[in-house]
Design a protein around this ligand. Structure first.
Ligand SMILES: [Fe+2]
Ligand SMILES: [Fe+2]
Length: 234
């Protein structure tokens, strides 16, 4: 058996989390395309939106194959909902650079970590659709790379600086910390190593952001993160 019976619920919850992340990325990329300053980035964002919609369908299919009972369940994950609200607010303010930071750089960086870790687990279990998963991961890498280039270009042209971006990143990173803790519990329940996975999160962020963010964290009197349980509500 590829996935043990007792692994099905946590894996389905993880896939539900990813499916919701894909839908959020789809909506965000569509909204970003309307704010894009040039036709090249508008085209990229519209094609990203199409790819994110397809990714959501892939995860939905995986849930249906693995644990149909969990199909259509909503993941109870307040941190993800708060993230969506913050991103919506940045889109409403038409702050395109903040949305690149929050969606393509931070959230898709986290998505890449999750997918890479899942990939290792799936290869170990001889799961099918390896080629499809590799295409999906390549597309995610391209979205993340696009966001980083847009911010680097804006910094090079003096439209924003690393300190300002790093300040806006703090609220988003605090929310991804909470998501990481929740997902770590899930990884533990399917015998994956959550500490190796948690370490990976920082390796997917640009150096200028991790350096400034770690300085900001070490200046805080106490950084406490409240874990929350990811559960499915049907
Ligand atoms: Fe995606
Ligand atoms: Fe993406």
């Amino acid at each position: 058996m590829l996935v043990r019976h007792d692994e099905k619920a946590p894996v389905a919850r993880l896939l539900t989390f990813l499916e919701h992340g894909e839908r959020m990325a789809n909506e965000c990329a569509k909204a970003q395309a309307t704010l894009a300053p040039d036709s090249g980035s508008r085209r990229f964002l519209l094609s990203q939106a199409r790819q994110e919609a397809a990714h959501a369908v892939v995860f939905q299919g995986a849930i249906a194959w693995l644990a149909p009972r969990h199909l259509g369940c909503a993941p109870f994950l307040p941190a993800l909902e708060e993230y969506r609200e913050k991103l919506k607010d940045a889109l409403a303010r038409q702050d395109l650079l903040e949305t690149f930071l929050a969606e393509q750089v931070i959230l898709e960086g986290l998505g890449e970590v999750i997918l890479t870790r899942i990939e290792e687990g799936l290869v170990k279990r001889n799961a099918p659709f390896g080629r499809l998963r590799r295409i999906l991961l390549q597309q995610e890498e391209a979205h993340h790379g696009f966001g980083r280039r847009m911010l680097e270009r804006a910094m090079a042209e003096g439209r924003i600086d690393a300190e300002t971006l790093s300040r806006s990143a703090q609220g988003y990173l605090a929310l991804t910390d909470r998501m990481v803790l929740t997902l770590s519990d899930l990884f533990e329940s399917i015998d994956e190593d959550p500490s190796a996975w948690a370490r990976d999160v920082w390796t997917f962020l640009p150096e200028w952001l991790t350096r400034l963010s770690q300085e900001a964290i070490s200046c805080q009197p106490s950084a406490t993160v409240v874990p929350e349980q990811l559960r499915a509500e049907c």
